[in-house]
Design a protein around this ligand. Structure first.
Ligand SMILES: [Mn+2]
Length: 381
């Protein structure tokens, strides 16, 4: 059986003021759907964080509807989805008991849990165990078990309640932070304070475990427990990561082989470092990427972002690590005993640490002050 494992779509994500829905639609329509067809996929797994928030924008919902319809109703491939910590389990579960009959398996709300779902290939059954994201407090309530204190306790209890028969080949789908996994900047912690990590050893009975939550593709604890990673790069900290889908082949005896097929997004997310002038003058074939500019200049760049956006319309952020702020420009003086001229000189030094104001510049400022004070006296200002 050949499974496509994907996770953390975060549909409707807002990235530096831009909704990424069109970029997400591009990757899903132009790359994921053809992959499902061309690779002869028998089942698709989406391991949580379908949406970026519990109340997603309408066009994000429309996109998920469109993609899910193409996978299940049109391509006839079973589609397994669990809710992640960003999803509303209740909203995601709408219609889940009906959709199950169409090969669209959604596990969100605990009361409506479905599965284990059993599919068959030439060698027999493969069971899919769906474990949506669950808070320890919700698990305590659902299982009526006061001893559940941590995410690890909750998962152990959850796994125990969803046994799928021992001889069978089994695929587990879960949304957790597995200990030893490497985090990225775009994940929301599963708990504030306390430990949210679970031991990957909890998954040792499964043939393959398809995880969601960590946005970098990686294996944890062994080759059969994996994160597929997010659909796109959702922070600049991820700019060197490759995003894509994991293809998992499960053989007759429950042996697995995995491969990673990368996506090529319509607009990449990357960091560009250098001097402002060099960046503006340099040749760049991908000026429509989302870019964080890390300018190595020491002097301030007037309207730097606006100028960068003329060449790079998706310029998202600007950092100047070498900017010397503070030092001579610090407020180590008494504001009330300082003249306007001294104040401006202090400001100029903070902005241009490499040189003092010239006499001509000082004279110009003096004229402006004199003119302004005069106009103020005349009641013009
Ligand atoms: Mn996520």
């Amino acid at each position: 059986m050949r499974i496509l494992h994907t996770a953390d779509w975060h549909l409707g994500k807002l990235f530096y003021g831009d909704y990424l829905t069109d970029d997400q639609a591009y990757v899903l329509t132009e790359q994921l759907l053809p992959m499902i067809r061309d690779e002869g996929i028998d089942a698709v797994v989406l391991a949580g964080d379908v949406y970026d928030r519990s109340l997603p924008p309408a066009d994000a919902v429309a996109l998920f509807d469109e993609i899910a319809t193409k996978i299940t109703a049109e391509a006839g491939v079973p589609f397994f989805v669990i809710s992640g910590n960003h999803d509303s389990a209740a909203r995601l579960s709408f219609g889940s008991r009906m959709l199950e009959k169409q090969g669209f398996y959604i596990a969100g709300e605990l009361d409506k849990l479905i599965g284990p779902v059993v599919l068959h290939d030439a060698y027999g059954p493969v069971a899919f165990v769906l474990l949506p994201f669950i808070e320890p407090a919700a698990a305590r309530l659902y299982f009526g078990d006061d001893t559940i204190r941590s995410h690890e306790d909750a998962l152990a209890r959850f796994i125990d309640s969803r046994r799928a028969g021992t001889a069978m080949r089994t695929v587990c789908v879960a949304h957790v932070f597995a200990a030893g996994g490497e985090s990225s900047d775009s994940e929301r912690p599963l708990s504030i304070g306390g430990s949210d990590a679970v031991s990957p050893a909890l998954f040792s009975d499964y043939t393959y475990t398809a995880l969601g939550h960590l946005h970098g593709p990686q294996q944890v604890g062994g080759p059969n427990v994996r994160y597929a990673g997010s659909l796109l790069k959702y922070s600049f900290g991820e700019w060197r990561q490759k995003k894509g889908a994991v293809i998992v082949d499960i053989d007759e005896k429950g042996g697995t082989a995995t491969s990673f097929l990368p996506f090529s997004p319509r607009h990449d997310v990357r960091v560009v470092e250098g001097l402002f002038e060099d960046i503006m003058a340099g040749e760049d074939l991908h000026t429509d990427d989302y870019i964080l500019f890390r300018l190595t200049d020491t002097a301030p760049i007037l309207d730097g972002m606006a100028k960068l956006r003329q060449k790079y319309p998706r310029a998202a952020a600007l950092e100047m690590p070498n900017r010397q702020s503070g030092g001579t420009g610090e407020r180590d003086f008494d504001l009330h005993r300082t003249t306007e001229r001294q104040l401006f000189e202090s400001f100029a030094t903070a902005m241009m640490p490499d040189r003092p104001l010239t006499e001509a510049e000082q004279a110009c400022m003096d004229d402006l002050w004199t003119d302004m004070l005069q106009r103020e006296g005349d009641g013009l200002l």
